[in-house]
Design a protein. Structure first.
Length: 469
């Protein structure tokens, strides 16, 4: 579709390509298999962004909705200096828009295509890649499609990992604790993935990082052959040859990474201690995973704006704190997304298992907060922390994965209409689902207007009139 046509579809009345009154759409930046990426400008902040436009028809045809939902969830989980930042997700009935940080330096692939990289340049990119992917793994995310085409460069020449469409979360592991979906790009894929017996996504990512490092230093692929079967045969045996210019120290590291048996393959922690890796002063320190619920959640709220949700309810990196005396506003798009069974994008933002964890209420914010405190006590939960429109609760009993901890947050959607959203902070997901369905629902029934997913024509009509175009 031509850019002009797209713009007209976005905002028929406007001569400019304006998206949701907030972004001006510009030139085409790149084409993916299922998406077009355009330059955009935030009309309020003037910030330059990249807007990935996915046509929902393609998703229906290709059965890609799950991958897109996953990509959104994962990009929220993995905010890191060397990972492309997802700022906001918006949608119309026909299209989904990912508003991302605009990365201006192009794909690292183009640089590598021109020829091998100098060893210190390769090291810098590899350090940044390891830092980003090690962080993903600490969050339970494996990327599963690492290759120079998915590594972008920013204006400072720093690496940014992109394209999390094939990534996996812990819930995608089978009962054997392994992943079983075959994915990736033949030349970069780990042998255990090809063996179809289940694999550890993190170990497979480490293999792909090893192939990427080889490509950086050699300027060509280690396992490429004239057809895919011969390529796979080489991958199965880790059969490759170093060009003469690769240093001894770099070879030693690559040899430890490209090990066929994933159990014997080097870990990221060991890679980070490797002498070749440690050279140079640019190595980005790994970002740790928080431990305690109370501290962590507070820190997380500050650092990434409560997993990327701004007070306005849209997804953003805003670090704005509560300041007004009324609850944060939940925008109409998000409410339609979450509450409508006809146009349900709620799964894109949240784990599917959280269904039924959001309700609307016509009670006042203070009455809802008071009710939550009383119900917490009755359900044997203690209040861990309380802000104006958010309360964090922790069960007193040990569960399968420790004590269950949840938060309940209020958003205003219209005068006298509040949305209350429960999220799991810690503990077992099944116990959380049971808690929502069997304990919270009956306990709150006198303040609930409607639960998420329960159709309510009046409510939807009301919401549609709020502010979406
Ligand atoms: P794939 O088919 O590889 O899964 P996709 O459909 O998910 O791709 P992307 O790979 O994410 O689409 O994007 C397509 C192209 O758009 C990229 O190759 C890149 O050139 C450009 N691009 C993507 N994200 C950005 C960004 N944040 N800033 C600048 N350019 C970008």
């Amino acid at each position: 579709m031509q850019e002009q046509e797209l713009g007209q579809q976005l905002c028929p009345k406007s001569p400019r390509n304006i998206l949701f009154d907030k972004y001006e759409m510009g030139r085409l930046l790149g084409l993916g298999t299922f998406a077009k990426v355009y330059h955009g400008r935030n009309l309020i902040t003037n910030e330059s962004v990249a807007i990935k436009v996915i046509n929902k028809d393609h998703i229906k045809n290709e059965g890609l909705m799950e991958q897109i939902q996953r990509e959104i969830c994962i990009m929220h989980l993995v905010r890191h200096p060397h990972i492309v930042e997802l700022k906001e997700v918006m949608a119309t009935k026909t299209k989904i828009f990912f508003v991302m940080e605009h990365v201006t330096g192009g794909e690292l692939f183009n640089k590598v295509f021109e020829g091998k990289l100098k060893e210190d340049v390769a090291r810098k990119y590899f350090q940044q890649l390891v830092s980003a992917i090690e962080f993903c793994h600490s969050r339970g995310v494996s990327h599963r499609d690492l290759k120079p085409e998915n590594l972008l460069l920013d204006k400072n020449g720093d690496l940014k990992v992109s394209d999390f469409r094939l990534s996996a979360l812990p819930e995608h592991h089978w009962s054997d604790g392994m992943l079983h979906t075959q994915c990736g790009t033949p030349a970069y894929v780990a042998p255990e993935i090809l063996r179809k017996k289940g694999y550890d996504g993190a170990k497979a990512d480490i293999w792909s990082c090893g192939v990427v490092l080889f490509v950086f230093l050699a300027g060509y692929l280690p396992f490429l052959d004239e057809n895919v079967m011969r390529t796979y045969t080489k991958v199965f045996k880790a059969e490759y040859e170093f060009p003469p210019w690769i240093s001894g120290e770099a070879r030693l590291l690559i040899k430890k990474v490209l090990v066929v048996d994933p159990e014997k393959r080097i870990s990221f922690q060991e890679i980070m201690r490797d002498p070749w890796f440690q050279k140079g002063s640019n190595f980005p320190r790994p970002i740790g995973v928080p431990n305690s619920i109370e501290n962590d959640q507070n820190k997380k709220d500050d650092r990434i704006g409560n997993l990327g949700r701004s007070r306005s309810g849209s997804i953003t990196t805003s670090t704005t704190k509560y300041s007004s005396s009324s609850p944060p506003f939940f925008n109409a798009f998000e409410l339609i997304s979450s509450m409508s069974s006809g146009f349900d994008l709620s799964n894109m933002f949240e784990d599917k298992r959280k269904s039924g964890s959001m309700f609307t209420s016509k009670c006042s914010a203070s009455a809802i907060m008071a009710k939550l405190r009383v119900v917490a006590e009755r359900l044997n939960f203690r209040v861990v922390s309380e802000k104006e429109f958010k309360v964090k609760l922790q069960g007193k009993k040990e569960g399968r994965k420790g004590k269950l901890a949840v938060s309940a947050e209020l958003f205003q959607v219209a005068t006298e209409v509040e949305v209350v959203k429960f999220s799991k902070l810690a503990g077992d997901t099944l116990e959380y689902t049971k808690f929502c369905e069997e304990d919270v629902r009956p306990a709150l029934k006198d303040i609930v207007w409607t639960w998420q997913g329960e159709e309510n024509e009046c409510e939807l009509n009301k919401v549609e009139n709020l502010n979406c175009y």
